[in-house]
Design a protein around this ligand. Structure first.
Ligand SMILES: [Zn+2]
Length: 379
């Protein structure tokens, strides 16, 4: 039996028999204690567990002996048990923990329930999403604007926080974050002392973020990385207020955003206009989905998305009228429109067909180009 670094062990409630159990045994069990220890702590060069073992006859201080004795403590004397850490992911805030709260160590952060895995930056699973990330440096392609984070996924480093030596894939925690975008799940963000916007010491819980976008791009190392765009549920001013006492002294406040009311009205007008131009028919499949009252179900979609990270303009030249299915597929980069000839590429049953464009609609191919590029990068 091989233990993993983040396997956790606790002392069982079985009583110690002073006549039968040696002081050495008792010492190592009490080192693990009721609060428990992770395997990497038990296995660390100077742990109490190792130290007491060094008094055993024939002990040579290697890892397999630690495994051997731990298994003995678990299965034979039953003084230690392995904690089942396969607990459910917990989404959203953790009861009793405020934004801005500081934890001294990753272990303390783990015990708080904010971020259970003691080493991984992402707490998530491939089929359940990701509920929490920790920013602790070590990824050169990370960008942190306090309310907006470009977060590099996991994998491909030679050691934790080390050099990127291979491509990252959308698997494990990275796949979890993809699902968090798909289902709009909240992700807890914690910043460590290692990052610029982090606290001076320890780890600070900075509240809930949502995954707005993800990409697979060539990082500074030359290897492909999975990168996630996370946006805070709060405005940058609210965040600054929550964590102002712990921000670095040289932190300069972010610029205030202009009011968005007029922008929203403009966007609604344009979305309605594009639907009118096409009589609510999808520009890809031509289907009209009728709604009671003669209107149709259609979506006025931006080709190059508005806002971060795309920063596309809110103009008719950057819009399409699509049915809900083709809108979802277009947004997910399942297909693209060839900018030069408006051919639909990558969509089954539509290969070789062209996008319908009305003479009243001046489409700008710059935006189709942008969308096509993203399609190519995600392939
Ligand atoms: Zn359609």
């Amino acid at each position: 039996m091989k233990y993993k670094d983040n396997d956790k062990f606790v002392r069982t409630s079985k009583e110690i028999d002073q006549n039968r159990h040696t002081q050495e045994h008792i010492k190592r069990w009490s080192f693990i204690g009721e609060e428990g220890k992770f395997f990497y702590e038990i296995n660390s060069p100077n742990s109490e567990y190792r130290n007491t073992l060094s008094n055993e006859v024939g002990y040579r201080g290697n890892d397999s002996e630690i495994h051997h004795h731990l298994t003995y403590d678990i299965t034979r004397v039953k003084m230690i048990k392995k904690v089942n850490q396969d607990t459910d992911l917990v989404f959203g805030h953790i009861t009793g923990i405020k934004e801005g709260e500081i934890f001294e160590s990753r272990e303390e952060l783990s015990l708080s329930g904010i971020h259970t895995p003691p080493m991984n930056g992402i707490w998530g699973r491939e089929k359940e999403g990701a509920c929490s990330i920790v920013l602790s440096g070590g990824y050169e392609d990370d960008v942190d604007e306090l309310d907006y984070i470009l977060y590099t996924g996991q994998g491909g480093q030679d050691s934790p926080g080390g050099k990127q030596v291979s491509d990252q894939e959308f698997i494990r925690g990275n796949k979890g974050l993809v699902l968090s975008k798909e289902y709009n799940l909240p992700v807890r963000v914690t910043r460590g002392y290692q990052v610029q916007n982090g606290p001076e010491k320890g780890y600070r819980y900075d509240g809930l973020f949502f995954v707005k976008d993800y990409e697979r791009i060539k990082g500074k190392s030359g290897y492909y990385i999975c990168r996630f765009h996370l946006e805070s549920e709060k405005s940058v001013q609210e965040i600054e207020e929550n964590i102002q006492d712990t921000l670095p002294r040289d932190y300069s406040p972010a610029k205030r955003k202009e009011t968005i009311t007029t922008k929203v009205q403009r966007s609604v007008r344009l979305r309605e206009k594009i639907k009118d131009i096409y009589d609510y028919k999808c520009q890809v499949c031509g289907i009209f989905l009728e709604k009671p009252g003669g209107m149709g179900i259609a979506i006025g979609a931006h080709i190059q998305g508005l806002g971060k990270p795309h920063n596309g303009p809110d103009t008719l030249e950057n819009m399409l009228c699509l049915c809900p299915n083709h809108h979802d597929q277009f947004d997910a980069y399942s297909f693209y429109i060839e900018p030069e000839n408006l051919e639909i590429v990558g969509l089954k049953n539509f290969e070789g067909k062209k996008l319908t464009v009305d003479s009243k609609h001046k489409l700008d191919k710059v935006f189709l180009e942008y969308h096509k590029n993203r399609f190519m990068n995600l392939k």
